[in-house]
Ligand binder design. Structure first.
Ligand SMILES: Nc1nc2c(c(=O)[nH]1)N[C@H]1C(S)=C(S)[C@@H](COP(=O)(O)O)O[C@H]1N2
Ligand SMILES: [Mo]
Length: 399
């Protein structure tokens, strides 16, 4: 049976999940399915195969660093031929626009020309958690797993920009990649986003060629990508060919309209928001995930249960994480580790106990350095379902 037939005979990815009204993760309902388009990937939950969109199962996010085979994939177009073949021939990165001297750099020029940096960095799709919005919204029905923390090696974007010489007129740094548009029309660009100059100049914003010690895998942007941690992962351009330093906010495909933008003011669920009232998403909100235990487990009521996971925030370190095993009536402060480096996620751990056998939920709630915590319910409905940082809840049966 062909891959296409196999997939079309399967139920729509995410359909079962989207039907789950509760925020409790649907234990046992996960669909893990191999697909030829996801070679090099194992056990991801596939949302679509063309373009490839696949998320990580939450318990697979337990290791400190998300491995290349488990990291979520969010593609807007096709994977470029070059990324599949690994052929660098003819590849250059152009740096153009509001710079003193435009650059054309090969990968060796970049590696040898600037200080090399290695850091563990969280990338989270702004649409992570979209499946829980009601009314439902269009787009990939990400549940919890469109996030990962991998170790990237590259150079600082700011060093490359500085070598080109940034003009006073520069306000935004836009990128273009070589991923073909799904239409097959070479003139069309699937996505071209960017970051404000201040974010481009942040020491943690990288041009990376390595992910967890290996060349960037085909799905993750070979040969070079931006990693702009803290911002929606859509800002982190893959398969780079060109950086365009701009004198205005970039207006490439998926920068404008409703893409990666939210209303400037809180709107009612289902509201019809005028396009001019939408603004670009910047720093991602504080969030956490319980990676152990798995939701749905049975656990002896007399034995304390260790709980752990990761917490992160787009604007700085996480200040505290609390867990509750009584629907939020009482909270325990977790042990919280320092991040491995800026924009790496932070390990939290706690031990919860159960008085009597029965059904429990464990909730986790992180607080950022400004004192903002995760909401208990799905926050701020918006037309495309971005920025759902509701607390993660898992179910445990104490027996
Ligand atoms: N060239 C290019 N860059 C891209 C994309 C894309 O489709 N093409 N998708 C963006 C989006 S929406 C996300 S969430 C991240 C996903 O990165 P990952 O697939 O490595 O997890 O890449 C971003 N960079
Ligand atoms: Mo994304």
């Amino acid at each position: 049976m062909s891959r296409r037939r196999f997939l079309s005979s399967a139920p729509a990815a995410g359909a079962g999940l989207a039907a789950v009204g509760s925020l409790v993760e649907a234990g046992g309902r996960e669909r893990r399915q191999p697909a030829a388009a996801l070679e090099g990937k194992t056990g991801l939950r596939i949302l679509s195969e063309r373009p490839v969109n696949a998320e990580t199962v939450v318990t697979d996010l337990d290791p400190r660093r998300t491995s290349n085979d488990k990291h979520f994939v969010r593609n807007n177009g096709e994977v470029p031929e070059r990324a599949l073949s690994g052929d660098l021939g003819g590849w250059v990165l152009e740096v153009v626009g509001e710079v003193e001297s435009e650059l054309r750099l090969g990968l060796d020029d970049i590696r040898a020309g600037f200080e090399n940096v290695t850091a563990s960095l969280v990338l989270e799709c702004a649409g992570n958690g979209r499946a829980a919005f009601r009314p439902m919204v269009a787009g990939n029905a990400w549940w919890l797993g469109a996030v990962g923390c991998a170790r990237y090696t590259g150079v600082r974007l700011r060093d490359v920009l500085a070598s080109a010489g940034i003009r006073d007129t520069a306000v935004y740094v836009a990128w273009y990649g070589e991923d073909p548009h799904l239409s097959g029309d070479a003139a069309e660009v699937p996505i071209s986003r960017g970051v404000p100059l201040s974010k481009a100049m942040d020491e943690s914003t990288l041009l990376a060629w390595e992910m967890n010690g290996e060349p960037l895998p085909p799905h993750h942007g070979f040969p070079l990508r931006i990693v702009a941690p803290g911002y929606p992962a859509s800002a982190s351009g893959k398969w780079l060919t060109r950086l365009w330093v701009r004198d205005r906010v970039h207006d490439g495909p998926k920068m404008t309209g409703f893409s990666y933008r939210v209303p400037r003011y809180p709107v009612a669920p289902g509201a019809d928001v005028p396009e001019e009232d939408m603004q670009i998403i910047g720093e991602m909100p504080v969030k956490s995930l319980i990676t152990r235990p798995a939701t749905g487990i049975q656990h002896p009521a007399v034995t304390p249960l260790p709980v752990r996971g990761w917490a992160w925030a787009g604007g700085g370190p996480v200040h505290a994480v609390h867990v509750s095993s009584d629907f939020g009536a009482t909270w325990i402060e977790c042990r919280l580790q320092e991040p491995e480096n800026r924009f790496a996620w932070q390990r939290f751990e706690a031990t919860v106990g159960f008085d009597i056998a029965g059904h429990y939920e464990i909730w986790a709630r992180a607080t950022d350095h400004r004192g903002r915590t995760q909401p208990m319910v799905v926050p701020g409905w918006n037309p495309r379902g971005y920025l759902n940082n509701a607390m993660h809840r898992i179910a445990v049966t104490a027996v």
